[in-house]
Design a protein around this ligand. Structure first.
Ligand SMILES: [Mn+2]
Length: 487
């Protein structure tokens, strides 16, 4: 490892940069990318063990160890199992024979924890003799269906009012094929993706079902006095087939369907499902609009840039996949609402070095939501590329979104989330949206689904405002009139 001293030096620099930030020395415009960033070590060093410098007396005590075990400790590998201060204390106090046994026990763990060829299973085999191997995602050919003209199909039965027919996203007509989208000149296709393997606390499988069954997505938006369903051609594009035993198999098909929607010119809105979906969604948008040609605004309490887990994709890793495969330039990636335990100092350093913008709840605490929202909106506008919005509902406080797999206290209110969604969708050329991590049965009320639908409505209203050429931050003069009739 050639970069040992660089790594140590970088860690100190990172700590210094963050200490400066904590002391209040943040540039007035709060742009993370503008804050002093530490020099990044080799990218592959992120999250890897860092060499451990042994005090002379500890090194002396450890001289009873076999050379490979001393090297194991000095290489920092024992840090996974025991904190260095504890290790030093044991080295100083244990008799030599007990110290050897203690280190042997730690070393034995290490032998077992990493992948070993021949011992560990490298791939999960599938039953290739299954007669249904691809049936789950194979489309029924049109020739098997009754003949009909291509175009959206209204499942309502009545001329006026709500009710009757079948529940759909935003009460919209349905479409089954890309030909339906083209024939209907569809602007927005809302599609369910009940992927449910990526979260340890399940039920995102029922997200699409819950949003269809609950109101709030369709109808008039009082803030703009626009009914998006009257301005835009919106359809429910059904659910994307998921192999519920495999995220990896499922996401390839999700990418195909999202790409198929985007290719027709319609805006795909994907209702999850867990946040693993951001990866195939953004990749599909990049397939259609070009790699590096879209920006992302990512709402989340979690940073979702984890890597080095056994599975290459789960709901904590989509951002890393999106960035590392080059679908999005990290400088076009904006995060809002972070407050969960990750990232650590090293990962914050990595994010800054990559030029990512992030707005944590710490920033909201210090500067207030209005300023942070204005900054995030400005960053999104300055990026003239098409925009994907990935909205993990756990960005909201659990008071508003209890039905989600990994809730974190101290989040956004609906009063904060609705306006930023409306404005982002009004001010930007939207490539697509996902709303993920709705797990309705973890919520004994219906507010998780209801609030998610209102967020969807805010965005649909924003897209409709843009279509009508309304100014950013527009509010209808009718709905802001005060009691005396003054606007
Ligand atoms: Mn997430």
């Amino acid at each position: 490892m050639t970069s040992m001293s660089a790594v140590t030096g970088w860690s100190l620099a990172a700590a210094a940069a963050i200490a400066a930030a904590l002391s209040g020395d943040i540039p007035a415009d709060m742009r993370n990318a503008g804050t002093p960033a530490p020099v990044l070590p080799l990218e592959d060093d992120m999250g890897r063990p860092k060499p451990l410098e042994l005090p002379a007396d500890v090194k002396e005590k450890l001289s009873v160890l076999a050379p490979e075990k001393l090297a194991f400790i000095e290489g920092g590998l024992s840090g996974r199992y025991v904190e260095k201060d504890t290790l030093f204390e044991r080295a100083r106090t244990l008799p030599a024979n007990e110290l050897v046994a203690y280190i042997d026990a730690i070393y034995a763990l290490h032998e077992k924890v990493e992948y070993k060829a021949g011992r560990d299973k490298l791939a999960i085999p599938l039953d290739t003799s299954s007669p249904w191997f691809n049936a789950w995602k194979l489309r029924r050919p049109g020739s098997l269906d009754p003949k009909r003209e291509a175009g959206p199909i209204d499942l309502g039965r009545y001329i006026g009012g709500r009710g009757g027919g079948f529940s759909t996203f935003a009460g919209a007509p349905v479409a089954l094929t890309p030909e339906d989208l083209v024939a209907g000149k569809v602007d927005v296709a809302i599609v369910g993706a009940p992927l449910d393997m990526g979260s340890g606390w399940r039920n995102a499988i029922d997200g699409p079902r819950a949003l269809r069954m609950t109101g709030g997505a369709g109808g008039n938006d009082m803030y703009s006095m626009i009914n998006p369903g009257s301005v835009l051609k919106i359809v429910d594009y059904g659910d994307i087939a998921i192999d519920q035993n495999s995220t990896e198999r499922s996401v390839d098909h999700v990418r195909e369907v999202v790409r198929e929607i985007a290719k027709t010119g319609a805006i795909p809105i994907v209702i999850g499902g867990d946040h693993s979906l951001e990866y195939p969604n953004v990749a599909a948008a990049a397939d259609v609009h070009g790699k590096g040609k879209i920006g992302v605004v990512h709402f989340d309490s979690h940073y979702d840039i984890a890597r080095g887990r056994v599975h290459l994709l789960d709901h904590g890793q989509p951002v890393y996949r999106v960035l590392s495969e080059g679908h999005v330039d990290p400088r076009d990636y904006i995060q809002v609402g972070l407050r969960a335990r990750g990232p650590d100092l090293e990962t914050f350093g990595w994010m800054r070095n990559k030029g990512m913008r992030y707005h944590t709840m710490v920033e909201v605490e210090k500067y207030g939501w209005d300023k942070v929202m204005a900054e995030a909106l400005k960053e999104a506008r300055q990026n003239t590329k098409k925009l994907w919005i990935s909205f993990d509902v756990d960005v909201l406080d659990p008071a508003f979104m209890p039905g989600t797999g990994t809730p974190v206290p101290g989040g956004l209110t609906m009063r904060e989330a609705q306006p930023i969604m409306r404005r982002l969708c009004a001010e930007n050329d939207i490539a697509g949206i996902d709303i993920v991590e709705v797990a309705p049965y973890l919520d004994t009320s219906y507010k998780t689904a209801l609030n998610s639908n209102y967020l969807l409505n805010a965005c649909l209203s924003g897209i409709a405002m843009r279509r009508k050429g309304l100014a950013p931050g527009y509010f209808s003069p009718v709905s802001v009139k005060d009691a005396r009739g003054n606007s």
